[in-house]
Every structure is written in structure tokens, then in C-alpha cells.
Design a protein around this ligand. Sequence first.
Ligand code: UD1
Length: 421
Amino acid sequence: MDYLQINGGRKLSGSVTISGAKNAALPIIAATILSDKEVTLTNMPNVVDIRTLLKLLTMLGGTVAHENTVAHINNGTITSTKAVYEIVSQMRASILVLGPLLARFGECEVSLPGGCAIGQRPIDLHLKALESMGAKIEIKGGYVHAMAPNGLKGAKIIFDKITVGGTENIVMAAALAKGTTTIVNAAKEPEVVQLCEMIADAGVKIEGIGTNELSIEGTDGKPLSFKTVDIIPDRIEAGTYLCAGAITNSSITLNKVDHGHIRASIDKLESMGCTFDLKEDSITIYPAKELKPVNLITIEYPGFPTDMQAQFMAVAVMAEGESLIEERLFENRFMHVSELNRLGADIWLKGSTAAVKGVEKLYGADVMATDLRASSALVLAALVAEGTTNVRRIYHLDRGYDDLEGKLAALGADIVRKSGK
Ligand code: UD1
């Protein structure tokens, strides 16, 4: 199993280009199921999760040509509507094929994703919403079997909780339903917005894009013809590199970013003393003279993203004073705490809040990655830890960060991928 070996203490400099957003590309790949013609996607990140979902499409009979950052997908050739456990268990986001498969084929089976390292992550809200649209749903043998032989019908859906994947699944289902679907308490993350824009560009009338209330007029079963989609920049990857600048006390420039999408991270880093120079699609971070502590609460967009919580905790470890970090979205998203403490951090957990006392120094050690973003927090901490840190189980990182070690090495970090235990 590969691991990352990092010798801490190097300053970073130069620039890094941000890849396309994994979390935008995944629902967009799923949405191609709504079409029976070829769709081209550009600026795709080179990460395992993307390859996993593309593999799922080929297992369903879709035709996929994928090289570097471009994918040509033709789902006119789909012959199966069963998303098997082998794939869904590797990546929960495979559940995103549920809405489009059901809407286009009137029937599908998708393996239940089960729990994951950061919490239970149920899909009850996805299923309840599809039922309101006339689907009949049975759970059998670990699979969700969804049926709507006469097509889905528009409905008014009020989500009990804001759910990104749930909103995406229902937007896709609603695009081919009969009549209008209204989603109240919809997610409005930039990734949801890009999905809505892709579907609206294909001629589906969608009102309220970027707000908490969406209204979608379906095509009554007629498949869509999509224009080429250029995936938006990854706001979590961008935020992670800003944290790399902040924690190593370095000035670095990020190219190909959308500042609007990373406002929450910029604001928090500003409150910690960092400063920024914003250009049209690039941003330069200048380090704080003295890193101040931060208080933050994870919440839905445009609030502070849960996917940046672990990385900010790593930065807070090096601040002068005590930071408070509250996780509101996932009940178990603190697996990085004990690993950061192995590097010498001083973090105490009480319920959903972590109290982080800044320390003078971290010391290299062997640590284990537990989920995608927790892993990047360990890499950030390792960049400043004295001596050598080995970050193990980096298959988590490979799921969502495009060439993390290559990009950090190009910025001057001493980081190499090694194989072995
Ligand atoms: C997406 C992102 C993930 C991010 C999360 C929150 C992708 C591929 N993943 O995950 O990186 O951390 O948004 O911004 O885009 N919930 C239910 N029932 C449901 C659905 C969700 O109770 O049916 C709960 C979840 O357990 C969680 C909260 O709602 O507590 C938000 O989850 P959700 O927004 O659905 O996250 P994902 O779409 O899975």
C-alpha cells in the first residue's frame, strides 16, 4: 500500500493550478444518464472517484472514452440499470445514479451505500423524495429497487435537512419527470448550481438556481441533449492549498480558482491574520505575521464547509491561542484528531466541538489517513512537523486530490510517495 513520506519544515513558494471539482464532476457524470447521445466533459480532475463512477457507467453498458481531463460519454448504449455493491461500496456518491436511471428507464437497482468513516450518512431523504414523485421503492438484499413504470411525476418536495446529494438526485429525476417539481430547502452549493445549469442548458426550465427553492419542469421522459460541460474549479482543493500556505507561513499563488466559492475559507484565514491578493481567476495568500486562533462552525454553503474542517484544524494547531471548531453536518468527522495529537497537537473533543490549543512545534510520526479530508489535514500538519512523517492509507487522498504530492513538491515541499507498508 502506498504512503506519503514528508519531511517537514520547508517553506513553500510559487504557484499551483487547481483541478476541476470532484464533487461537481460526479453528479454531472451521473446526469449524462439523462441523455442517449454523446456528452463531452472537460476539466475533469484526475482522481479515483471519477474513474470509479465512469467504470460504473461502462458496467451499465454506457460508452466512455476518458483521457486526461476530458471524457466523452455516450449513454445511448446502456443495457443494465443495476449499480452493483462492488462499485457503490467503494464510493457512496454512486447513489447519484439512482435519480437519473429511474427517470430515464423507469426502473433501477442501486446497492445501499452503508455507513462510512465520517458517520451514518443515510439516503432516506433521497428515497422519500423519489416516492413523492410516484416511485415505488423496495429495499431487498442490500439493494434499493426503485420502480416508476409509467414515469415519475412532478411533486412538491420539502427536504427535512439540506442535502447536497439528495438535491442533485431529485433535480436529475425531475428533469425527465412529467410536470413541475418544486424542491424546498434545496442545497445551493456551487456543485448543485453547475448541475442545474447543465440541465437548464439542455432546455429544461429551472427556476431558482443558486437558491434554496428550485422549480424544475420535466420533459415527460424525453432524454436530454447536453452541451459540453467544463467542470468548475475545486473549491475544497483550493481551500486546502490556502491552508498549506497558512500553515507553512508561505506565500503561494493558486491559479484557476473561483474566489466566490472559497469566500468562507478566505474569511477565516483573514481572521487568522493571513492576507490575500485576488486577481480574476487566481489568488495569492500571504502568511500571517502571527497566526491567530479561529472559531468556526461547519454549515451548508455559503457557510463554512465541513470538507474544510479538518484542514483548518491542522492550521489552528499552529496558531497562538485556543481555537474552537464545531462540526454540525457529520457526527463522526473528527477521526483526524487523534492522529494530529500523535504529531504533538493539543486537541480536546467534547461532543461535536474540538478545542484546539496552539502548540509551538509538531514532531514527525507515523499517522493513518481515515477519510479524504482528514488525510489532507495530516499532510498539512506534516509539512510543518519536525522530522519525518509517514501518512499511511493514502488511497483516501487518491479518491479526491489530483496529484497532491506532485503539486506540493512543485511548491517546494519535501514529499514523496512510497510503496510498502
Ligand atoms: C456531499 C459531498 C461531501 C460533503 C457533503 C456536505 C459529494 C460527492 N459529497 O455529500 O463531500 O461533505 O455534501 O457538504 O458531493 N442526510 C440524511 N439523509 C439523507 C441525506 C443526507 O440524513 O438522505 C444527512 C447526512 O447524514 C448529513 C447531512 O444530511 O448529516 C448532509 O449530507 P449531504 O449534504 O447529503 O452530503 P452528501 O451529498 O452525501
